[in-house]
Design a protein around this ligand. Sequence first.
Ligand SMILES: [Zn+2]
Length: 413
Amino acid sequence: MKRLIALFIFCFAICSNSQAAQWVKLSDNNIEKIMLDKQSILQQDKYKRAWVKVEYKTPQKNPETIDKQYNLSKLLWFFDCSAQKSATSQVFQYFNSELVYSAGIDSKSAEFIEPVPETDMDIAMRYVCQAEKPKVAPIEQKPTTALTKAETQKPVPAKPETEKPADTKAVAVTAKAAVIKPVGNKKNDSKTHWTYEGKEGPENWAKLSPEFATCDVGRNQSPINIEDSIHAAIKALKAIQKFPAKDIFNNGHTVQINFKEGNMLALDNSAFQMKQVHFHAPSENTIHGKSFPLEAHFVHADSKGNLAVIGVMFTEGKANPALAKLWEQLPEAEGEPVVLKNRVMPSEFMPDNKSYYRFSGSLTTPPCSEGVRWLLMKNPITASKEQIDAFKKAVHHSNNRPVQALNGRVIIE
Ligand SMILES: [Zn+2]
């Protein structure tokens, strides 16, 4: 039963955000099983990339995290089909369902090497480079060879970049991971285009850029549905919200308002500076399964770059005076910030009763970075139908990421 639960959770982590994943078995022997997500194969500049997962029959050791073992690796590999070289861009290692190690590097900085024949990387490269006819160069191998060989093969002898025996395989993957930068706290890859629907929509964000991998493999993702919460001695919200809004702009994903410096949130003995407020329609978080027509996110950061977000729900009703002033300059199209004429305080779109739910989560947009402290106000405020519609019109589409699995997280109130 325990095993079943673990498997189920594992599937949640790996499968939930990638419904379209299509795992093809490349090799299965008494050491490991290598699978490749056919749907993840993508041509990116001169490279092809694909997600590969390796299930190990016995736990492996990672020198980076000596006390932790792992039995599953999820890897994002890049292949230069014309040069017959490959590189690791992302490594995630799990023990049962728990993420124990991750590291990543942009494909441009990754080291491309010629894989040792018949190793997992070599098998994967042959599969990917002939999955579709690459435009770059003709491939010598015949399509069927790789798979047939892989399936009938004896244990894979070594990882591409080392000549070590099979049981040091794990070390080989990690050794490479060690040279590359850890994942997380990374800046958004602003060049990668993403959307809220279609091929670049939420279920495919992780596939759009290695920088967005957390959107798929993260276990503390936002938004969430607030269902059960634990009553705790939660502190009253302590915030300074008396410095006015500065400018407004439409970034193509939302309408954002930047504020003058000085607005603060005191949390966990740290001071979080308020950076900006933006909106989502319909709401991203839900409360007891209920979605709201609009949600505001007050984004704060402390001096180390840790993030805290206050979420405020809107119900349809009386017009909101702060929105009335802001929407006078509501930007209908993507563009640069415009200085606001009216004076608007952040406190003007906060509820009077400031009781809240608290939980740990992530950014709700790529790169979906985790470690975000979420404070969701329990009491909604109102906005008129016209105000909500005006926002929707400016953004042209819904801009809410679907709710994500809790994965054992606790919500306190
Ligand atoms: Zn947001």
